[in-house]
Design a protein around this ligand. Structure first.
Ligand code: PEP
Ligand code: MG
Length: 537
């Protein structure tokens, strides 16, 4: 049994097998080798592993998507055993004394090129398959592992680091917990772990030989235990049962109001990143959705989601929430949320760069498509629209002008929509200082304390070295919140908090005393915050 100490992201416990999620370098390097036969033996062993993976994937696909769709994995197996393909690899290893990874990658490229040149459409389509099998072989040879299809049970996923785009694409039903070597507690990957209600720990020195071993992740203490002994397993299982008992008690608060003893009511909403998160909101009795991070629809996708795809997603959320408020934030891409197909240039300071509303006002077609989808979906529920990263009144006026144009366009086409509430995120010091003017232009403010802390304290929320001084309780942040609430109310706007600080129950009393109207938190924090509000005088 070995024990490691990291930093906790979400308080919960998981026990399960370790899955090492290892990305390989995108560029396969050519290396000289001495012993061709040993290299061929290494290749043959990798091929057997890859074939076994394909067997598992085939069986699983057969059950889940039927024989026709599963057949492609049979084809992959056949291609992996194709004599010409294998001869090419063996000849390169023996003839040029090069490493197996390079021989496979080069053979894969050559064969794919050859297939692509053929006249027959069926053969042309095989180019993608030969690339696929070559990538699988190279991944096995490099010891990389990102393929979760073949997993039969949920796992503790361990990785060097995880980008938000990778995290959202993972099959959530397969993940018991995240453990990473790098990453910061304020990153979007950390936020996703909280939204997914799974324990997560960062800052663990992950070892290669942990793959497949049993581990315990204690999200309360930030501890990771590998190969636990029987006594520790029993002790942690008891802690999990205790957790479940606490959850059970909290569940008794479902259906109850979020109201202080003296009768002050707080709207308690939830933060989500995808349509599937709505289930957690309903389970935890969220009174609405205070932040739908719509950019995750873009992160999940291989290309720009169409108006129709977005419409369906927003409509589904609005309908599932059955008339309760659903605040959708327009695209907040950029900084740590990078999407390849946007082709954003590399920037020295992406958090202060070309992002969010700046992109939307610059590339208006993207913005208009999203607004059309949102307005169309508004006819099916209670949608509000919120603009992120606002720094000026001008940006709000321009965004509202475009929204009005889109409404007019829909009107002309006789497409129904509702008159939605419009709000903005307050997450820059600039927005705090002009909040009196901003309040006159919008129906509501939602304070994004994650970015507001970053920009107020000049501390990069992504930098793990600064995690210990990234302090959302800093008086400058708390006074900003107070100012925003006062100015919002003066201008007739309701004011909420949708940053992670909204879930901090040590501050619930402070927020209520400041006059906050709404708190929007990850689904698993809804009931603890309700309890905290109900305990207030
Ligand atoms: C915030 O900045 O507080 C916020 C809610 O938005 P995000 O975390 O997605 O930047
Ligand atoms: Mg933000």
């Amino acid at each position: 049994m070995e024990q490691y100490q990291g930093k906790t992201i979400f308080n919960k416990i998981a026990i399960g097998k370790v899955f090492l999620y290892q990305k390989r370098e995108t560029q396969v390097k050519r290396k000289h080798i001495e012993d061709a036969e040993a290299e061929i033996a290494r290749f043959d062993a990798a091929k057997e592993t890859a074939l076994a993976q394909l067997d598992q994937i085939y069986e699983k696909a057969l059950k889940e998507v039927g024989a026709d769709n599963a057949a492609v994995f049979e084809v992959h197996k056949m291609m992996m055993e194709d004599e010409d393909y294998l001869d090419s690899i063996y000849n390169m290893i023996r003839g040029e004394l090069i490493n197996a990874e390079y021989a496979v990658a080069t053979t894969g490229d050559n064969f794919a090129e050859m297939f692509a040149q053929m006249d027959d459409a069926y053969m042309q389509a095989r180019a993608a398959d030969v690339r696929d099998i070559s990538e699988r072989l190279v991944a096995v040879l490099c010891g990389s592992n990102t393929d979760m299809h073949a997993l039969n049970e949920p796992v503790i996923l361990m990785a060097d680091d995880l980008a938000p785009s990778e995290t959202v694409q993972m099959d959530k039903s397969k993940i018991l917990s995240f453990v990473t070597r790098h990453g910061s507690s304020n990153s979007h990957t950390a936020i996703l772990a909280r939204t997914m209600n799974i324990p997560a720990v960062i800052g663990i020195d992950i070892q290669d030989d942990w793959a497949g071993k049993t581990a315990i992740v204690d999200g309360y203490t930030g501890t990771v235990i590998i190969d636990p002994d029987a006594a520790t397993l029993e002790q942690m299982s008891e802690k999990m049962r205790e957790d479940e008992r606490k959850q059970q008690l909290l569940r008794e608060l479902r259906g109850k109001e979020t109201i202080t003893k003296s009768g002050k009511k707080i709207h308690l909403y939830a933060n989500i990143g995808s349509v599937s998160d709505v289930a957690q909101v309903l389970k935890n009795d969220g009174e609405g959705i205070g932040l739908f991070r719509s950019e995750f629809l873009y992160l999940e996708s291989e290309t720009f989601p169409t108006e129709e795809e977005q419409f369906k997603a927003y409509k589904m959320v609005a309908q599932n929430m059955a008339g309760k408020k659903v605040v959708v934030r327009t695209l907040d891409i950029g900084a740590d949320k990078q999407v390849g197909y946007f082709n954003l240039e590399k920037e020295d300071n992406p958090a202060m760069g070309y992002r969010a509303i700046r992109i939307c006002l610059d590339q208006q077609e993207i913005f208009r498509t999203q607004l059309r989808a949102l307005l169309r979906a508004s006819a099916f529920g209670n949608i509000s629209i919120m603009f992120p990263m606002i720094i000026s009144v001008q940006e709000v006026l321009e965004s509202k002008r475009i929204l009005e144009e889109v409404k007019a366009e829909l009107g002309e086409q006789n497409i129904p929509y509702k008159d939605v509430e419009v709000g903005i995120m307050i997450e820059t010091p600039a927005a705090v200082w002009i909040s009196e003017e901003l309040a006159k232009e919008v129906d509501f403010f939602s304070i994004g304390t994650n970015d507001l802390t970053q920009y107020t304290l000049a501390i990069d929320r992504q930098n793990p070295k600064l995690d210990n001084i990234y302090d959302s309780h800093h008086p400058a942040v708390l006074r900003s919140i107070q100012t925003v609430i006062e100015n919002g109310h003066k201008g007739g706007a309701w004011v909420g908090i949708c940053g992670e600080l909204g879930a901090d129950t040590t501050l619930t009393k402070t927020f209520v005393e400041m006059g906050i109207d709404e708190l929007s938190v990850s689904p698993s924090f809804i009931l603890p915050v309700r309890e905290a509000v109900r305990n207030l005088e």
